[in-house]
Ligand binder design. Structure first.
Ligand code: K1U
Ligand code: ZN
Length: 170
């Protein structure tokens, strides 16, 4: 089991745009295994490679209550999004302790490769739809706080920087 360090907002590396995975090979499968270990250890429901400072289009998700249904999403593309939208509270392992409402399409269809390099279509609604869109934002260098007002975002940035300074001093 390998745990990867998770970048914390406002680390500028979180704004890096990820490149497509060229081949789903042993290196990518090891990255996926380490990302799953890291996500489960942090009690997250998703993790994007960007958050562990790897800038390739890889996501892991598990929204099951039993935490035993990992979903691996490589080179994802949204092929359809509902006109209907919903506001849901979101959190982020890169912005610990902050939760706020974000409006997104209620349902999406996503084309992506799995760990065998096979093309799959994921039809997502509910928490899975929220999570997959949140993680795909990470791959294009966007953190959910960027949907919030500048006032809220600046308060969050100040709070995160203070927490990081305090942790360094302790
Ligand atoms: O950092 C991440 O991208 C993971 C993030 C995924 C996410 C959670 C909630 C809404 C959208 C995306 C988390 O796992 S945050 C921690 C968490 O487990 C959680 C927070 C709120 C609701 C459900 C779970
Ligand atoms: Zn996140």
């Amino acid at each position: 089991m390998a745990l990867l360090p998770i970048l914390t907002y406002p680390d500028p590396r979180l704004h890096t745009v990820a490149k497509p995975v060229a081949a789903v090979d042993a290196r990518i499968r090891q990255l996926v295994a380490d990302m799953l270990d890291t996500m489960y250890d942090a009690n997250g429901i998703g993790l994007a490679a960007t958050q562990v400072d790897v800038h390739e289009r890889v996501i892991v998700i598990d929204v099951s209550e039993e935490r035993n249904q990992p979903l691996v999403v490589i080179n994802p593309e949204i092929t359809w999004a509902s006109e209907e939208t919903q506001v849901n509270d979101e959190g982020c392992l890169s912005v610990p302790g902050i939760y706020d409402g974000v409006e997104r399409p209620s349902r999406v269809k996503v084309a992506a490769l799995d760990t065998d390099g096979k093309l799959r279509t994921i039809e997502a609604e509910g928490l899975l739809a929220v999570c997959i869109q949140h993680e795909m934002d990470h791959l294009r260098g966007k953190v959910f706080v960027e949907y919030l007002s500048p006032l809220k975002r600046n308060r969050i940035k100040t709070k995160m920087l203070k927490a990081q300074r305090d942790a360094e001093r302790a």
